[in-house]
Write a new protein. Structure first.
Length: 303
């Protein structure tokens, strides 16, 4: 088999395994199912080994196929990285970035940054998926995710983007209505007795620090949500206390709708990381976007 034909067949085989079907691989590659099947069958004939188990419902790798797939996957990854690296060297970079982040943070922090980024790099296309769920980058074909913690996956690279300060806040109305607290909490114990808006993706424990000493309290409340925008709305409506990023509540603190509780105590910052596949290397539109967002957020927070 000619070298170029071999490489093409290996790339086709990698897509069949990655997408789990001949039909989906054909659709993604812009080929017919018959052409995809031909390349895989030709590989098996030339190598004199069966790579896939096939039935009417699905496919699975043979032991030999599993070993061969890892080599093909590396070739496919290197091909993508080589193309992206070359494009990034252009004075007018081109490419497509598929990224994901949480809904509220994305709307307020990432969308404005992407708009500014595309004004500077108009030939780079952006496909933004906003979700509060943790997305599998490999399975979903995502190039970049913004996460609230670094990942341990060796196939991913994490870069710290920004540290978001947090504060413990409540609506002023929470202390004005009958049947609720009438005085502001003066101690951690009093703070723990208040109703909280519980953000379910996080632990129901609050860590407060003062004079180098950390104290932990369990928090409880009648309202729970997995969405950060809903948590803010519930807090504004006086449904409970929340620990929120400062950028989300600063305007409400300034106009008096919200009040910071126990301001002498510090809460931990939220460190935001840009996470992307190692195959992308260090020179591509993704790292260009990461650098742009990091510089923009740092400048905004310094104002």
């Amino acid at each position: 088999m000619e070298t170029l034909d071999s490489i093409k067949a290996m790339l086709v085989f990698e897509k069949v395994v990655h997408y789990g079907s001949f039909a989906e691989a054909a659709r993604r590659m812009g080929l017919t199912r018959a052409v995809v099947s031909y390349h895989v069958k030709r590989l098996e004939t030339q190598l004199d080994v069966q790579l896939l188990h096939r039935n009417t419902r699905n496919i699975s790798l043979t032991p030999a196929g599993a070993l061969f797939y890892e080599r093909c996957r590396l070739i496919a990854s290197e091909a993508v990285a080589a193309k992206d690296e070359l494009l990034s060297l252009s004075s007018n970079p081109v490419g497509t970035i598929r990224l994901t982040c949480s809904v509220n943070w994305g709307l307020k922090r990432i969308v404005p940054a992407v708009i500014a980024f595309r004004k500077q790099y108009p030939k780079i296309e952006v496909n933004l998926m906003l979700t509060d769920e943790v997305v599998n980058l490999v399975e979903e074909g995502i190039d970049l995710a913004f996460r609230g913690a670094p990942l341990q996956d060796s196939n991913l690279i994490s870069r710290k983007i920004v540290s978001e300060p947090t504060v413990v806040v409540a609506a002023n109305s929470m202390f004005d209505q009958s049947g609720t607290a009438t005085t502001l909490p003066k101690t951690i114990e009093e703070l723990a007795q208040l109703d909280w808006v519980i953000y379910t993706p996080s632990a129901a424990t609050l860590v407060l620090e003062k004079d180098g000493l950390e104290q932990r309290i369990k928090i409880n409340g009648p309202v729970k949500t997995n969405n950060s925008a809903a948590r803010l709305a519930f807090t504004l409506a006086g449904q409970g206390v929340s620990k929120l990023p400062l950028w989300t509540v600063k305007s409400y603190l300034d106009n008096g709708e919200m009040i910071e509780l126990l301001p002498d105590y510090n809460t931990k910052d939220i460190d935001i990381y840009g996470v992307y596949p190692r195959r992308l290397g260090s020179a591509n539109p993704v790292t260009l976007l990461i650098d742009f967002i990091k510089d923009r957020l740092t400048s905004l927070d310094a104002e």
